[in-house]
Design a protein around this ligand. Sequence first.
Ligand SMILES: Nc1ncnc2c1ncn2[C@@H]1O[C@H](COP(=O)(O)OP(=O)(O)O)[C@@H](O)[C@H]1O
Ligand SMILES: [Mg+2]
Length: 269
Amino acid sequence: MSALSIRNVWMEYTGQIVLERINLEIESGAFVAIVGPSGCGKTTFLRLLLGQERPTRGSIMLDGAPMPDEPGPDRGVVFQRYSVFPHLTVLGNVLLGAELAAAPLLGRLFGAPRRRAIDAARALLAEVGLAESEQKYPAQLSGGMQQRLALAQALICKPRVLLLDEPFGALDPGIRSEIHTLMRRLWRERGVTIVMVTHDLREAFFLGTRVVVLDRLRNRPEERQRYGATITQNIEVHRRRTPDADLESGRDDPARMDPTRRDDPVRQN
Ligand SMILES: Nc1ncnc2c1ncn2[C@@H]1O[C@H](COP(=O)(O)OP(=O)(O)O)[C@@H](O)[C@H]1O
Ligand SMILES: [Mg+2]
């Protein structure tokens, strides 16, 4: 498990401020859901956490140490689409995740380490419900299965932080509800810290232990370049980490929930 500390982070691209004054403490094992209007900088924020970009100002600490400059195996990532390699089988995709982490230069493992990696990949594929599909190629999988595969590929290195960018946005509602249950199980059992961007508020409250809203406080066209988005709401959602019957039966799944119901155990900071 892993904690992230984001202090006074600003992100500016030539002449345009995208994010400003971002302060956020993410406790170890949290599941943070980030919502906000399109173009407000959610993906940019994830790229900062991944180490793909450096903030213009401010600092990001991972477990008390400055964030490494580059993406590493301690941080896994899943995008909305195209996270997996089309020319590799399901097993090959998960294996590649393990191989790149263990042998970054060669990208290959041999002998006993390879056999161990295959065992680990198969166990993970079983966990995400893809055991029967290990020899298939991504094009032969449904959208939901592809995202399960992307999750397995990201989790094989046992990342301390898992970053998800609208991972279920393109899926049908029924499939989403299944993958939500899987997601909660993976989060609960693996103790990984998760930061997920979603455009679905109900998904955010269903999965998140914290829901963070990113938005611009000033939105006049002439001010767009000069002011970035910041955290306008930071809502703690109480949730037990222990298994509960409601979860396994999917009883509190948003897909089955009355959208007008407003008794979510939410406390606003
Ligand atoms: N590499 C980049 N160079 C310049 N501008 C960028 C870059 N990446 C993102 N932006 C700008 O930052 C803003 C936020 O983008 P993004 O983080 O993708 O938003 P979101 O994910 O919330 O839809 C957009 O105006 C986008 O054009
Ligand atoms: Mg985005």
